[in-house]
Design a protein around this ligand. Structure first.
Ligand SMILES: NC(=O)c1ccc[n+]([C@@H]2O[C@H](COP(=O)([O-])OP(=O)(O)OC[C@H]3O[C@@H](n4cnc5c(N)ncnc54)[C@H](O)[C@@H]3O)[C@@H](O)[C@H]2O)c1
Length: 204
């Protein structure tokens, strides 16, 4: 499968690297030029046991690429994961700032071609996926897409193991087609009998 990740931070990089290790073709996008140029030269900007090996191996085998420009990676992808940060809101009210997710949706929308599954991997409250879908529909009325949620539970320091051998994978979907695409993305985990917990999009 062809997977584009928007946001190559902790979660985006670990997910992108592990998806390429599953055998998928992956492009990781980030706005941070310095981070992307390091990754393009094989330097991993975070310390995570095992990650550098996976990144270097899959980059060498051309399954894992890094870019600052989403204009080719978005139309190319069958599945796009949004993995941008959701910091605590500056209002100090305990809510997450979802503006990075919504900005990413606005950037992706005009670039979509053909059917694409857009998956929110960032930690966010109920209702976020529907907001993302609304933004995409408003920005590009011709977009042919499904939206899904796939929250990430990895722990820093144990991220590769948590990603490759999770207790379960949680997917929130609105259509069976979206569920089938995500099951294909996670097929190697399904084959080792990892439970795939499927829920309605707003409860995942
Ligand atoms: N770090 C963890 O251990 C962890 C674990 C589980 C879930 N999460 C959740 O996953 C999400 C991502 O967390 P993280 O720790 O990876 O964040 P991070 O801050 O390390 O990375 C986010 C990246 O997204 C990039 N970005 C922001 N907007 C962008 C855009 N429009 N286009 C391209 N790149 C963009 C930033 O430059 C940054 O590199 C958050 O919602 C977080 O709560 C994190």
């Amino acid at each position: 499968m062809k997977i584009t990740i928007i946001g190559t931070g902790y979660v985006g990089l670990v997910s992108g690297a592990c998806f390429s290790e599953f055998g998928h073709e992956v492009i990781c996008i980030d706005k941070d030029k310095d981070k992307i140029s390091k990754l393009q030269s094989g330097t991993v900007p975070i310390y995570e046991p095992g990650l550098e090996n996976i990144v270097q191996k899959n980059a060498l085998e051309q399954r894992l690429k890094f870019d600052t420009d989403a204009s080719k990676a978005v139309p190319w992808a069958d599945t796009i994961f949004i993995a941008v940060g959701t910091p605590s809101s500056r209002r100090g009210d305990g809510y997450a700032d979802l503006s990075f997710i919504y900005d990413a949706a606005r950037e992706i929308a005009p670039l979509l071609t053909g059917y694409t599954l857009i998956v929110n991997k960032s930690t966010s409250p109920v209702g976020t996926a529907r907001q993302v879908a609304r933004i995409i529909r408003e920005t590009n009325q011709d977009a042919h897409f499904d939206i899904a949620s796939n929250p990430e539970f990895l722990r820093e320091g144990a991220a590769i193991n948590d990603f490759m051998k999770p207790d379960r994978v949680v997917i929130g979907v609105e259509t069976e087609h979206a569920a089938d695409v995500l099951k294909d993305v996670y097929k190697p985990l399904y084959l080792i009998e990892t439970p795939i917990v499927q829920a309605d999009i707003e409860t995942a």
